[in-house]
Design a protein around this ligand. Sequence first.
Ligand SMILES: NC(=O)c1ccc[n+]([C@@H]2O[C@H](COP(=O)([O-])OP(=O)(O)OC[C@H]3O[C@@H](n4cnc5c(N)ncnc54)[C@H](O)[C@@H]3O)[C@@H](O)[C@H]2O)c1
Ligand SMILES: O=C(O)C(=O)C[C@@H](O)[C@H](O)[C@H](O)COP(=O)(O)O
Ligand SMILES: [Zn+2]
Length: 359
Amino acid sequence: MHKQTIKTSTIHYDVIVGEGLLTDIAQFLPKNYENVLIVSDDVVEKLYAEKLANNLSHIKNVNMTSVPAGEGSKSIDKYFELLTEAINHKLDRKSLIIALGGGMVGDLAGFVAATYMRGIDFIQVPTTILAHDSSVGGKVAINHPKGKNLIGNFYPPVAVIYDVTTLRSLPASEIRSGYAEVVKHGLISEESFFNEVLKVDLTKPLDPDVTVEQLQKGIAVKANIVEKDERESNIRKFLNFGHTLGHAIESEMGYGQITHGEAVAIGMLFALKVSQENYNISLPYNELYQWLAANNYPLMINWPGPDMLIDKMKLDKKSENAIVQMVLLEEVGKPSIVNIDDHNLRIQLENFIRELGSL
Ligand SMILES: NC(=O)c1ccc[n+]([C@@H]2O[C@H](COP(=O)([O-])OP(=O)(O)OC[C@H]3O[C@@H](n4cnc5c(N)ncnc54)[C@H](O)[C@@H]3O)[C@@H](O)[C@H]2O)c1
Ligand SMILES: O=C(O)C(=O)C[C@@H](O)[C@H](O)[C@H](O)COP(=O)(O)O
Ligand SMILES: [Zn+2]
């Protein structure tokens, strides 16, 4: 078991990573709670909710609820339904919400916790590779049809309890999706970490020791940034590498048509391309492209038109006065935030789409 404490100006919380933590979760609760609502999706609920609940039998009221699996549930409708569940189960300001699942559940249940009675405690119990990223740092949100995560808050959990044995049941598509964020953590932090990640072959069974070590490294990269800039005034934007285009693709194609990680993977390729042009340097674009292709990331997608994508990129939360901001790399491990004017963005995007090809 490995414990890392995240210390921001407003809160300290532990991120505990280990095998079999679900059956031992009671010891990691930071307080005594009398009323707990476990929120999951209908796939994860069947796999792990009972195991979790069994370990909370000492708590007076433990209830469980779930939303349909998939990005479509990160919606205002499901958010409202969960608030109603919280009311029906008589959650009060001393109650706890446990988000059991991947980033979708974590973001959604976290936003419910952030807003129910102006905020109650919540714990992240991540079950995907991607959630090594989403469970840490306190960004909680739901999507608007017009843009990703447009409705949300910064609302850190009181603990993150990451039972990595749950990762064994992940389908290949979700291993791939999650690994995109591990690649991101490598690219924005250290070349050696990035190179290590590119040695992983996602088409073969993962080596659990390597995976857990890389997830812990990713968490450490994120923790280091979030501790200095929790509310994204400056360096937290680095964690958005690949997301300016990635989020635009997700919302323009329709939530759930492509996974978050797959869209971010394409976004990272674009960000590398723009970085190379912008700084007149060479970056491992080809290496990343080849790794993504070899690991079956969808790189030939049914591209939405560039105008639609640019409109979505302007809605990104980093934009100011409708000027698109992208996270670029001056070198691997050295991110920077750059305004990209519309004309340049359009040319770069059209060239990129042409080069990548479409269906
Ligand atoms: N808050 C943040 O900082 C942050 C960071 C990155 C991503 N995100 C958000 O996270 C979301 C993506 O998260 P995700 O990739 O975990 O998706 P997800 O939560 O939708 O899970 C993906 C799929 O895997 C299934 N699943 C989850 N755990 C499983 C397990 N152990 N075994 C078998 N199946 C399992 C789910 O039912 C779902 O079908 C997006 O909404 C993205 O915007 C947020
Ligand atoms: O934690 C962050 O900060 C990130 O940007 C991490 C991203 O991987 C994540 O997808 C996040 O939800 C994106 O945030 P947004 O502010 O662009 O919605
Ligand atoms: Zn992300």
